[in-house]
Design a protein around this ligand. Structure first.
Ligand SMILES: [Zn+2]
Length: 477
C-alpha cells in the first residue's frame, strides 16, 4: 500500500492597518498615488530622521489581539531587523522580536461540519517596505517608497492547519474579524493582506515535523490553494525519491503552477536583531485595554445568537449576512424600520448577492441606506409595486442609492389598483384574443398566461399580476 502523508501548515499573515498616516511619520497611507509622493525623510530612511509611533497602530493591534483571544503584552518594544534590500531605504526594518504586542491566542474555524481552534503564536507590529517596479522592457527596476512605513501587523499561527481548506477558513476568519474592527480592508489583490505559507509533510501518524518550506507571493485564495497542493506534491515526490526537502523560501508562480526556490530560509539570528534605540517601550495599562475592549463591535458569533432570538431568519441567511459587519448593520437597521426581517433578508440574500457578484464587489462596498431598503420592502409588501418593478427599483437603489418612494412616484411605477381601469383593459384583451380565450375555456390552462401577459403589457407593467390572474379567471368562468 502506498504511504499516506499528512500536510502540516502554519501561516504568517501580514495585514496593512487602515490608519490615515504611516506608522512612524505623518505621510499618507493611501494606496496608489504617483510614485514617491507620500514620502518624507523618515520613511525614505534619511540619516538623522527620527521615528514617532502612531498611537492608532497600537490600538488596532491590541483590538485585533483581543479579538483573536491573545494575551496583550503590557510592556512591548520595537526591534531592528537588519537586512539590505533596495526597497528598504534604512537597511533595517523596525519590527518586534523579543516583546511582540500579543501572544498565545486562537481563532476558531469551521471546516465542513467540524470546528477547530487554530492557535496564534504571536502578533507583532512593523513597518512595510517600499515597492520595486521591474520594467522588463528597459531591463531596469525602479523603487516607489509610498508604501514604505505603512503599518503592518504580522500574525503568526502555530502549524495547526492540515489542508488548503483549513487555511482558507482560517484566513477568512481573520479577515472577517479584522474587517469587523475596521482595522484593514484585507484585500489580497491590493496586498493589504498577504499570507506566507509554511508547509511540511510527514508520514501519517508520525509525531515528528518534516523540513518546511516557506512560500511567498500568494495574492488570492485560489493561488494559496493551488500553491499548497503543488508544494505538498513536490515534497512528497522528493521524499518518495529518497531525497531531502531543503529549508528554503520559495516563490509561487501561479501561471506555471509551480514554486521556485528564492533563497535558503533565514533564522532570526541572521538579521542581527537588536532593540530599536530611537523608540521608547510602549506601556499598555488596564485602563487602556478596557477602553479598547469597550469599543469592540459585536462579532459574528454573538450576532448569530441574537439573530436567532430576535429576527427568526434562516440560519444559513444569518451566516451570510453576518459575515460582513456592514451587511449585518444594513440588515439590522432596515429590519428595525420596517419590522419585516425575513423580507429584508430576502433582498440581501438574492438580489444583493447577485449584483455584488455581477459587479465584482465586496459587501463592504454596498452604498444604499437601510432606510431606503426598508422603504422598498414596504412598497412591495403593500402591493404598491409589483415584483418586477421592485427589482428594477432595487437595481437603481443598488447603484445610486435612490429613494424608492420618490423614484416610483416620479417614474409612475405604482401598481394601478383602480379596479375600473383594470377591468376595462382586461375586457379589451379578452375581446382581441379570441383564440387564447377559447383555448382556455376548452381546458388549456396555459392559455391564461397569454392573457395575463397581454394585460400586463397593456397596463405597462403597473398591475399586480396576481390580481390580473384572479380577475381574468373570474371573467372567463
Ligand atoms: Zn514619511
Amino acid at each position: 500500500m502506498a504511504r499516506q502523508y499528512e500536510t502540516v501548515i502554519g501561516l504568517e499573515v501580514h495585514v496593512e492597518l487602515a490608519t490615515e498616516t504611516k506608522i512612524f511619520c505623518g505621510c499618507s497611507t493611501r494606496f496608489g498615488g504617483a510614485p514617491n509622493t507620500h514620502t518624507c525623510p523618515v520613511c525614505t530612511g534619511m540619516p538623522g530622521a527620527l521615528p514617532v509611533l502612531n498611537k492608532q497602530v497600537v490600538e488596532y493591534a491590541v483590538a485585533i489581539g483581543l479579538a483573536a483571544n491573545c494575551e496583550i503584552t503590557r510592556m512591548c518594544k520595537f526591534d531592528r531587523k537588519n537586512y539590505f534590500y533596495p526597497d528598504n531605504p534604512q537597511n533595517y526594518q523596525i519590527s518586534q522580536l523579543y516583546l511582540p504586542i500579543a501572544r498565545d491566542g486562537y481563532v476558531e474555524i469551521e471546516c465542513g461540519d467540524t470546528k477547530k481552534k487554530i492557535r496564534i503564536h504571536e502578533m507583532h507590529m512593523e513597518e512595510d517596505a517600499g515597492k520595486l517596479v521591474h520594467d522588463e522592457w528597459d531591463d531596469t527596476s525602479i523603487v516607489d517608497f509610498n508604501r514604505s512605513g505603512v503599518p503592518l501587523v504580522e500574525i503568526v499561527s502555530e502549524p495547526d492547519m492540515r489542508s488548503a481548506d483549513e487555511v482558507l477558513a482560517y484566513l477568512e476568519k481573520l479577515r472577517m474579524i479584522i474587517r469587523y474592527l475596521g482595522a484593514s480592508d484585507c484585500k489580497l489583490q491590493e496586498g493589504s493582506m498577504r499570507a506566507d505559507v509554511n508547509l511540511s509533510v510527514r508520514e501519517m501518524g508520525s509525531r515528528e515535523v518534516g523540513t518546511r518550506t516557506e512560500m511567498k507571493n500568494l495574492n488570492s485564495f485560489k493561488a494559496i490553494s493551488r500553491a499548497i497542493e503543488g508544494e505538498r506534491q513536490r515534497q512528497i515526490e522528493l521524499i518518495e525519491g529518497g531525497k531531502a526537502v531543503r529549508q528554503e523560501t520559495r516563490r509561487w508562480d501561479d501561471n506555471k503552477e509551480y514554486s521556485y526556490a528564492m533563497r535558503s530560509k533565514e533564522d532570526a539570528r541572521d538579521y542581527r536583531y537588536f532593540p530599536e534605540p530611537d523608540l521608547v517601550p510602549i506601556v499598555i495599562d488596564d485602563a487602556w485595554i478596557e477602553k479598547i475592549k469597550e469599543r469592540q463591535p459585536e462579532f459574528q458569533d454573538a450576532k448569530l445568537i441574537r439573530y436567532r432570538r430576535e429576527y427568526g431568519i434562516p440560519e444559513y441567511d444569518a451566516q451570510i449576512i453576518t459575515s460582513s459587519r456592514h451587511m449585518a448593520e444594513l440588515f439590522e437597521k432596515a429590519s428595525d424600520v420596517c419590522k419585516k426581517p425575513k423580507k429584508v433578508s430576502n433582498w440581501l440574500m438574492v438580489e444583493t448577492l447577485r449584483l455584488l457578484k455581477e459587479h465584482g464587489m465586496e459587501p463592504e462596498e454596498l452604498r444604499f441606506s437601510p432606510e431606503n431598503l426598508a422603504k422598498l420592502v414596504e412598497l412591495s409588501e403593500a402591493g404598491s409595486i409589483n415584483s418586477s418593478v421592485a427589482k428594477e427599483v432595487f437595481e437603481k437603489m443598488f447603484s445610486e442609492d435612490i429613494d424608492p418612494e420618490r423614484y416610483v412616484e416620479e417614474h409612475g411605477l405604482k401598481t394601478v389598483n383602480d379596479e375600473g381601469e383594470l377591468n376595462e383593459v382586461i375586457k379589451k384583451v379578452i375581446d382581441s384574443n379570441t383564440q387564447a380565450v377559447s383555448d382556455y375555456q376548452g381546458g388549456k390552462e396555459k392559455a391564461l398566461g397569454v392573457l395575463v401577459g397581454q394585460t400586463m403589457k397593456a397596463m405597462k407593467g403597473k398591475a399586480d399580476p396576481r390580481r390580473v390572474n384572479q380577475r381574468l379567471k373570474e371573467l372567463l368562468s
